[in-house]
Design a protein around this ligand. Structure first.
Ligand SMILES: Nc1ncnc2c1ncn2[C@@H]1O[C@H](COP(=O)(O)OP(=O)(O)OP(=O)(O)O)[C@@H](O)[C@H]1O
Length: 233
């Protein structure tokens, strides 16, 4: 299988008084390009820790994190940052948009950090805003956008670097049901269209049928992903 994201026996420990707490305990996960995984589990079970390790934001205590074929373990911090910039899109619950920038500028500045020429970046940013249904709002600033629109900008921004892996933490936590569903459908669409390996942490199991596989966490351990039956609509 062609693997976009591969976690091999990943353990993450935090100091906890005199002992240690295993936020991740021997986690194995393989995701192919185009695969959309729902990650569920109770609060404190390790879901965000898994995303942070897969995003190469946190180094595991043990185990391998391989992204787009590159083993992040032996890399310097600078090379990990490059790997993250080039291969990984990250979407957190809150969009964290810069208040003074328009939707288009939020995307272009992300490309600027990758040293992409402004002209190319502007073209890609416009195409991505169109893809997420926001072309008419390209000139609007965050306070002029709804919560759902802000999350769409966030998704478009995460796609600017043409990532192989998309890591999404509770993207619908601040949205009502219809807007939430529209966001998950959009994530499904970009996963298919760009052949992304997408991991979405969600508390809302109602959206699981829009994804391909589901795995659950408990006490830092990950169940093996199971296929979900296709969505009815
Ligand atoms: N920086 C940290 N230092 C110490 N312990 C931490 C740290 N980050 C997470 N933990 C602990 O690791 C465990 C897993 O936390 P994590 O945030 O990954 O769970 P979660 O499933 O994402 O929870 P939630 O659904 O509430 O966000 C918890 O016991 C948490 O308290």
């Amino acid at each position: 299988m062609n693997t976009a994201l591969n976690l091999v026996n990943v353990t993450l420990e935090y100091p906890d008084g005199d002992s240690t707490l295993k936020a991740l305990d021997g986690v194995n996960l393989k995701l192919a390009p185009g695969e959309f995984l729902s990650l569920i589990g109770p609060s404190g079970s390790g879901k965000s820790s898994l995303l942070a390790v897969a995003a190469t934001l946190v180094r595991p205590t043990a185990g391998l994190v391989v992204v787009g074929g590159a083993d992040s373990g032996g890399l310097t911090d600078a090379d990990r940052t490059s790997l993250r910039r080039d291969k990984i899109g990250i979407i957190f619950q809150q969009p964290n948009l810069l208040p003074s920038l328009t939707a288009l500028e939020q995307l272009v500045i992300a490309a600027h950090l990758r040293r992409q020429p402004v002209k190319d970046a502007t073209r890609r940013a416009s195409a991505l805003l169109d893809l997420v249904g926001l072309a008419p709002a390209a000139g609007k600033r965050p306070h002029q956008l709804s919560g759902g629109q802000r999350q769409r900008v966030n998704i478009a921004r995460a796609l600017m670097g043409d990532p192989a892996v998309l890591l999404v933490d509770e993207p619908t936590a601040a949205l009502d049901h219809d807007r939430s569903e529209a966001i998950v459908r959009l994530l499904r669409r970009v996963t298919d269209e760009f052949g992304l390996a997408t991991v979405m942490v969600t508390h809302d199991t109602g959206f699981v049928p829009l994804t391909d596989t589901v795995a659950s966490m408990r006490d830092g351990r990950l169940s093996s992903p199971q296929p979900v039956s296709p969505a009815l609509t």
